[in-house]
Design a protein around this ligand. Sequence first.
Ligand SMILES: [Zn+2]
Length: 425
Amino acid sequence: MGFLLLHLCFLSLLLIVFTAAVHGANSSAFRTSIPRDLYHSSGALLNEIKALVGRHPDVLTMETMRADNKGYAAEIVVVTYNHVKKQTSNKSKFRILLSFGQHGRELITSEVALHLLSVLAREQKILSMKPASFNKILENIVIKVVPMENLNGRKLVEAGDLCERRNGRGVDLNRNWSVDWGKKEKDYDPYEENPGIAPFSEPEAQIMRKLTKSFEPHIWVNVHSGMEALFMPYDHKNSTPSGLTSRLMRSMLQDLNHRYFQDKCLIGSGGGSVGYLAHGTTTDYMYDIAKVPMAFTFEIYGDLSASSKDCFKMFNPVDKVTFNTVLNKWVATFLMLFEMVPSRIDSIHLAVSAVKWVPIGGNVVDGSLIGDSRESKKIEGLELGMQELRTYFRLFLLSSVLLMFMFCSRISKSKCRPTYSNLSI
Ligand SMILES: [Zn+2]
């Protein structure tokens, strides 16, 4: 009998080790690594932008803004496109601020920024657009592009932490702004949405706020990936602002959707459309506090069929055709957005006064699916002697503890949240 028990225990341990090994093998098999033939490293991308600006000093300028807080420093490169910068001041033109790469893992967004800048510099063409109309579109606007808002977080992704969306010290830069800051939903996960110790605790958010204050943009676009959508405020509640501003934003998004997405893109408030509420976001601040009349969040790509552990594939295209399609389609979308400006400028100016604060609304949450699975197993040992039963039970407890330990260590390492296949904004 004793021999039989020992044998059983040995078999159960083998089963545990085998299960853990298969689990590990499956998880790693689903993780796509960064296709280096498609994607620049952060350093290479910034060098390309620097070289591009160097080749086109007539229209492009570049600056690096820095800030630090409690031993953590960040720097953000800002590129300005100004068609006739020497003759007209920025303040007399229509101003557009675009930010890419706020979340580390969304590499495709920064590639779109580089492509957009190369199109603005006329090094690449948009086939659907004639040069004359292109010049006319850009004549009276100034565009500031932040190609990589979260350089420190992006470096963590490049070092292999492919699910990381937060900055270099674990704060989500799209939760660190002051509108409805710090509110946590039931399924709050610090690996994804840590808002920081206070609004604007993070140097990256401080830099972006400073840039916004000095530039005073008419249009703000926060560019993300994880799905395809055109969002307007609010992210922190399930509603859009009221009045003229809201109607204008919606009509602009509808036009873009019709022209480039066959009306298939998701449109509306971030909080109402994305499936979760987001508190302390940049776009809500831009609209409510900075009074940017047109504040948007564009979600430019998402693979909803990708495994929730395969972060790179969830947020970024992995084949060349899709990669190029995303680049061309979204740069064309931005140019159409710029094209809309002259025809709507009076309405937009009128809308500025219509922007007003509306208090917090709905409370839409999707439930957490992270289960606390506790198994209780009973041993039936009627035919066993008490001594043997105790030995068996001890060994069983030992293997259960071992199994729980392995299970928990895997959970704590995972940065992907199983509830959302794609937490994007
Ligand atoms: Zn994002």
